[in-house]
Design a protein around this ligand. Structure first.
Ligand code: 13P
Length: 247
């Protein structure tokens, strides 16, 4: 499988930030891994223009489950596709928290994304309270079961494990803790998808930085990263891409 370094700009970035897109594309003309940035929807088509001819793919950060209609403020999967996206992040914990998104809605969005030709990156992860209560494996398994739609093609599906308490905090799970959750998700995917489950990419996300990326990428069943803050600067994200290429 081709591993994936994905950046999530969240609600950050304006026209001036396109300089970072250009710098990243110029510094990584031919990465071994797949390189993806998910800027805000307002920047998507301009980022696609800035990335044209390079090795950088683009993605959205959310989509509506319906293809079109009276849904003020929402963006459809087909709209993202037309703007230059090939991926879309779905079910990020910030959307689950800010907008009350549940597993069923995330699964519906993933179906819509697949129908529009996008690859969904389905996010899941436990809160700190859930980890302290020893519930992590049960929580992520239930999220995986509920958020991935039946019939999702394994080769067009990405899972991102992002512990909520590690996002934007500078804290990460220990390496054995990451390994344990990824192994659990892998087993669950193989139960559901058979042998093809071993080819589904499972990303780790939560305070991935240039200085911890190599250790995380060396772990079994870590097939890349979903990076927030460190994806905003081409130098930092490029260093993470290089670490994945070297792993
Ligand atoms: P940070 O890398 O800023 O912790 O964010 C992770 C994340 O939420 C990516 O989706």
């Amino acid at each position: 499988m081709r591993r994936l370094a994905a950046g999530n700009w969240k609600m950050n970035g304006d026209g001036a930030a396109l300089a970072e897109v250009r710098a990243l594309v110029a510094s990584h003309p031919d990465p071994v891994c797949e390189m993806l940035l998910c800027p805000p929807a307002t920047l998507l088509s301009r980022a696609a223009g800035a990335a044209a001819g390079g090795a950088l793919a683009l993605g959205g950060q959310d989509c509506h489950p319906r293809p079109s209609g009276a849904h003020t403020g929402d963006v459809s999967a087909a709209m993202l596709r037309e703007a230059g996206a090939t991926y879309v992040i779905l079910g990020h914990s910030e959307r689950r928290a800010d907008h009350g998104e549940d597993d069923a809605l995330v699964a519906a969005k993933a179906s819509a994304a697949l129908a529009a030709g996008l690859i969904p990156i389905v996010c899941l992860g436990e809160t700190e309270g859930q980890r302290d209560a020893g519930e992590t494996l049960d929580v992520v398994a239930a999220q995986l079961d509920g958020s991935v739609p039946d019939g999702a093609p394994p080769d067009r599906l990405v899972i991102a494990y992002e512990p909520v308490w590690a996002i934007g905090t500078g804290r990460t799970p220990t390496l054995p803790q990451i390994t344990q959750v990824h192994a659990h998700l892998r087993a669950r995917l193989c139960d559901r998808f058979g042998a093809a489950g071993s080819g589904i990419r499972i990303l780790y996300g939560g305070s991935v930085k240039p200085d911890n990326a190599a250790a995380i990428f060396a772990l079994r069943d870590v097939d890349g990263a979903l990076v927030g803050g460190a994806s905003l600067r081409a130098a930092d994200f490029g260093a993470i891409v290089a670490a994945l290429d070297a792993a």
